[in-house]
Design a protein around this ligand. Structure first.
Ligand code: PMM
Length: 272
């Protein structure tokens, strides 16, 4: 999943793609580079970010989604917590709603997604972006994220969203310390087994990586991001959400070739 933030203030690419033309061109580049989904967001969710008005968010994302839908063949997701923005984005051509609140921020969200029959990414977040990084606390973060997400997936199914339309995401950096993020990544197989739906992970350029490699500049964290992409794909995640699509696609191609070689050798040995 390649990221296009149509925002002036996202932490890693804020301000780069504020005009629809620039955002569409970037989305086309990501699709050409091999993204399986292009994710369009009009509200920054970085820690401390102020919420934006529904009409502002809609005006940012709709022209970009409409333009991209006409230009690329891969599905487009809209990164929003607002049902009205999701509805307008779906109307413009989005096929997936990526909600960092997993339907909790807006009581109409799950119904809009169910009625449209589109995909839904339920991401885990404790609190809200403005305050979520103020001393987040868990007993066992892995167990608690699985339990919280299972409730959100149940709510999505109860609203009428089909099981095969669902993905879950542990929400790296959303109400979590560095240790919480590392524990979730370290125990991805447990998370995947516990959730029973495909899992998406977004580590791209995030603060915890910057702290681990002592790098303040988000765009200089792509190599660190790729380490997590290798790790996550090797442990069974279905999709990674990244800014550097070229790098992630190369990683996936090499891991795929190595996985095929592993199976091929096993077959040779077993047939002897
Ligand atoms: N991270 C951000 C925004 N949206 N959506 C999902 N599903 N998972 C994430 O980890 C996620 C997200 C924040 O990163 P950005 O500002 O680079 O978009």
């Amino acid at each position: 999943m390649g990221v296009v933030n149509v925002t002036p203030d996202s932490f890693s690419d804020g301000g780069q793609f504020v005009t629809p033309e620039a955002a569409i061109a970037h989305g086309v580049r990501l699709a050409d580079a091999g993204a399986a989904v292009v994710d369009i967001g009009g509200e920054s969710t970085r820690p401390g970010a102020a919420p934006v008005d529904e009409s502002v968010e809609r005006e940012r994302v709709v022209p970009v989604i409409a333009g991209l839908a006409a230009a690329i063949d891969v599905p487009i997701s809209v990164d929003t917590t607002k049902a009205a923005v999701a509805a307008a984005a779906i109307e413009a051509g989005a096929g997936i709603v990526n909600d960092v609140s997993a339907g909790q921020a807006d009581p109409d969200m799950l119904g809009v997604v169910a009625d449209a029959g589109v995909g839904f990414v339920a991401m885990h977040m404790r609190g809200e972006p403005r305050t979520m990084q103020r001393d987040p606390q868990y007993g066992d973060v892995v167990t608690e994220v699985i339990a919280d997400l299972a409730l959100r997936l149940d709510a999505a199914r109860a609203a009428g969203i089909a099981d095969d339309a669902l993905m879950a995401d542990p929400g790296i950096g959303f109400g979590k310390t560095i240790d919480h993020n590392l524990a979730l990544l370290a125990h991805l197989p447990e998370l995947i087994a516990g959730l029973g739906v495909p899992v998406l992970v977004g580590t791209s350029r995030k603060t915890f990586l910057g702290r681990l490699i002592d790098e303040d500049e988000p765009a200089a964290r792509d190599d660190a991001t790729l380490a997590t992409v290798v790790w996550a794909l090797e442990r069974g995640v279905t999709m990674v959400r990244v800014h550097d699509v070229v790098g992630a696609v190369q990683v996936a191609a090499i891991l795929g070739a190595l996985a095929r070689a592993t199976v091929a050798r096993r077959e040779v040995v077993e047939s002897r």
